[in-house]
Design a protein around this ligand. Sequence first.
Ligand code: AFP
Length: 281
Amino acid sequence: MNKIFDKIEEIAVEIDNLIKNGESGYSTSSNSTGDVQLKLDIQSDEIIEALLKDLPQIKAIISEEKEDILELNSSGKYTVCYDPLDGSSIVDYNLSVGSIFGIYESGLDGQSLIASVYIVYGPRVEMVKTIKGSKPEHYRMVNGKFELQKEVTLDSSGKLNAPGGTQKNWYPHHKALVESLFADGYRLRYSGGMVPDLHQVLLKGGGLFSYPGTTDKPKGKLRALFEVIPFALAFIEAGGEAIDDRGNSLLEFKPSHPHDTTPCFFGSKDEISRVKEAYSE
Ligand code: AFP
């Protein structure tokens, strides 16, 4: 698996360079769920496919930007699911974005995830790598090399609130939950990019990131295999929790289709217990 981690570090350097020097704007093509793709989306996807395809450890890869699974090495052990460039709608406005990788073994569900890595492309390039059963590790890129900063631990409660989803379509119990956090002094921290938003909650000691089911999107927006489950591992191994709108751990989630989405809540234990309470009523 270390070979996969090494390749992901190479990918981060190349995508950071692409974001800084590449073409902005939309392409003429759309991804598997009809989203018009940014040129950066397509080029990031090509970089990842090119760098992962020759690794014999990898059985298959699945991109958030493509409908189908790309089978690579029949003797390979791992399937890598990835979101090449999350935050398409904000990168051209110079906000931080990210790449997300989930490394799955012998299945495509929460229980089969054995490691995850996400990269934040912001004022600095940072990476958080989590192996099942170990604390997440926070790295910073210095002169093109990733240097370990620290192991990540979440406090039992935090002060940040990152509420996703179109507010006019929130269910009343969710609206009440979000407002109760602000009433208790939680600070709003939401950029529209889940990678930097979750990175801040994870590294700044805690709080709550939520992307609920809404009246227009009852199953939420964020994709389980590419986005949600990889972050769930980081939050849970850091001592926090990650659940769906029924209070189930997102590491129990079994998608029926690779592009399934799910409502999701990531945070410290105290904030997640408030979610469970709000959604149990
Ligand atoms: P884009 O990749 O289309 O910018 O979507 C980003 C994202 O998947 C995730 O990073 C954000 O948390 C969420 O969508 C933002 O969605 P809203 O615009 O509905 O808040």
